[in-house]
Design a protein around this ligand. Sequence first.
Ligand code: FAD
Length: 320
Amino acid sequence: MNTPDPTTARDAIVIGGSAAGLSAALLLGRARRRVLVIDAGLPRNRFAEHMHGVLGNEGAAPADFVRKGREEAAGYGVEFLDGVVESVVDVEGGLTVTLADSRVETARAVVVATGIADELPAVPGLAERWGKTVLHCPYCHGWEVRGARLGVLATSPMALHQARLVRQWSDSVVLFSAGAGPIDPVDARRLRARNVALVESPVVEVLGDGAQVTGVRTADGQVTELDALFTAGVPRPRDGFLAALELPRTDFPMGLGSFLTVDQAGKTGHARVWAAGNVVNPMATVPMAVGAGALTGGAVNGALMEEDFDLAMADADARP
Ligand SMILES: Cc1cc2nc3c(=O)[nH]c(=O)nc-3n(C[C@H](O)[C@H](O)[C@H](O)COP(=O)(O)OP(=O)(O)OC[C@H]3O[C@@H](n4cnc5c(N)ncnc54)[C@H](O)[C@@H]3O)c2cc1C
């Protein structure tokens, strides 16, 4: 193993430059750390024109939010590299990060903020309207479709919760329940008590006009007219490039899959690797990812600070 070159190695490399990564980088930059952000430029919410529920940035375009965040972090000396990280491996005293174009960067610490990919239901007409009128989060986009004809396309039993939630934004809600399995009669009564309609026939096509959903066709040939459709993709954390480190993983609650195990500040099972945002919490919205990134940035600086003192002590002890 090679030791990172102290003249070129960064204190921290942040992989992923969106809400969580930029927030961690801002903290670290302001702590006078040498920071490099490596980003592939594909934030999860890039399909939406505006983001909501984000205090101070309410209604901002996702791209503008990232641009502003980059400028703010760059103001404290944070550097940026556009690219895709392919692997992270241990070296003595740090980690080596290799990009798809074979560039290699080293650092004493790595923050993983690469988010998730949403694996969408394979229904024709759905993916092209994702983030426009096919939606996942009523807190993010419910206000914009309040009072409209809303559908909920089940992909798991969690859809019952989603349907009850969406009911808060409209009194016209239809749950397409095939993907949730058989519905318990008590659950069905509970939904119907607030006029949530249940359709058991599987959805075979999402109908629309451009980005606008106009309805869904079910396997029985029926068309239900809608103005928007809520659904949930399967969250796939973008962390495959960490495979060589063999980090511990945990099953996320609600059957959402396997994610890196982290403590509250984002520390993984590796002493030099932290993770924040959707990559470890698929439920995090933008402000939650920003908060997690800030907490992680502080934790990374704290660990580096302790190491700085350890190294200074060892140096002092080695002197005659
Ligand atoms: C359609 C849609 C709309 C949404 N609307 C809202 C909203 O209105 N309000 C809200 O609060 N939340 C919204 N969200 C949720 C929001 O997208 C997430 O909370 C937020 O993006 C999480 O931030 P993050 O930094 O963890 O990950 P991301 O924003 O996904 O950023 C991850 C970054 O890492 C990069 N990356 C990934 N892999 C690599 C790699 N190997 N090498 C280098 N870089 C890499 C990606 O390109 C990306 O830039 C929405 C989500 C979706 C799907």
